[in-house]
Design a protein around this ligand. Sequence first.
Ligand code: F6P
Length: 487
Amino acid sequence: MAPARERRLFVASNRGPVAFEEVDGELVPRRGSGGLVTGLTSALQETGGRWVAAALTEGDRARAAEGAFTAEAEGAAYDLRYLAIEPERFENHYNGFANRVLWFCHHYLWDLWRTPSFGPETERWWAAYRAVNAEFADALAAEAAAAGGAPAVLVQDYHLCLLPALLRERARRVRVAAFWHIPFAGPTHLHALPDAIREALLDGLLGADLIGFQARRWADNFLACCADLPETDVDRAAGAVRRDGRTTLIRVYPIQIDAEALAREAGGERVAALGADLEASTEGRSLILRADRMELSKNVLRGFAAYDLLLERHPQWRGRVRFLAQLYPSREAVPEYRTYARECLAAAESVNARYAHGDWQPVDLALRDDYEEVLACYRRYDVLLVNPVIDGLNLVAKEGPAVNERDGVLVLSRGAGAADELGEHALTVNPFDIAETAEALHRALSMPRAERAARAAALRASVTATPPADWVRRQLDDLERVASAPD
Ligand code: F6P
């Protein structure tokens, strides 16, 4: 058996690392957004590997016709293959099953007195999800056959739950590691899914040799869900599930940031110019920042409610603090996201209507995707509010402290996987408790200089301790151990 380093490596994910857009008749690559892409891009620069992803833009579709190709974007090189999936099928897979069923289930976003309600629409979405997973399996099996030997495939996230098992059926020699980037729901919640779907999803994932999670609690939930499957042995202490004569290892690998690349980007000219504008418009006030996708699970509304309560209960902050919400549009095809975005805008306006006076506006909400602007804000914040209801990890909680230059305080939800690593240096909050969050903001704003500096230094040390490539390396090493273990 070839050691891990010599195996050909493939990555499979719904969203690829770059998206191609037509500019002046040319297809120009732009780095994809979101935590998965950010985390994997840096790791793979070292290990190499071909990335197989769905074509999301018209530009991607045009490139899909070429088969595998290489591209460079923002200083990084990629070996890519995009799959041009029939648009209606893709829509039902991505916005239907992945984003409206699985995302809602694993983030506990259903309001159980009304949703979910599974019927013909879910059947259509589920059929498309299965078909897209099969398309990925066909493509990867062909890649594996062409590569020869026993390549390793790293399957990413909830869009491709069925892929590990489908791939194993088609290419027996591949070694498969699946990584789950989001929370994994506990058994009670998972049982809301139709039984056949729940079992197929777990069976699909258990086709992998190894399944990685961002935090221990998600791995524990997964093990508890597997214990409900018939004829399945779950060894919680060893982190192993045995089913159909095969063993799958369950491990925890929190994703890391690329602190060096981030520092380079944050030191760029445009970031500096944006920083100067920010400084001027903030006029020496304390800055509370949040930077998120416009996403239901990020808890934007309770964030504004907590800030409102801070201003009500601690009026000394009126006129002396500014709350900047950098929110980039996301999943606008999903009705719940459109409604949520409107509600967030209204909530920001209502805080402003209540407290603004003179030239002071308490909240600024920027609804756009401009990462350099976010970097400028990271450098300048005094308090970073990361209060998701629930989150697999949350990269903002790592990126902010890596870049910040003012010993900013992190107010962090205990619902984020990152709280396991960073909680002791942050002020942690229950994301549902607006009063606790308001008090944490007050404490952060009032914190003595020495305590701020000590906490910020500890956060910085923690988020920069591990190089991003370790995340992939550790998975490949564990995959190798499973591969050589007698079955
Ligand atoms: O892990 C969750 C994730 O896939 C992240 O990579 C990303 O931040 C987010 O969901 C957005 O995903 P998308 O925009 O591809 O739906």
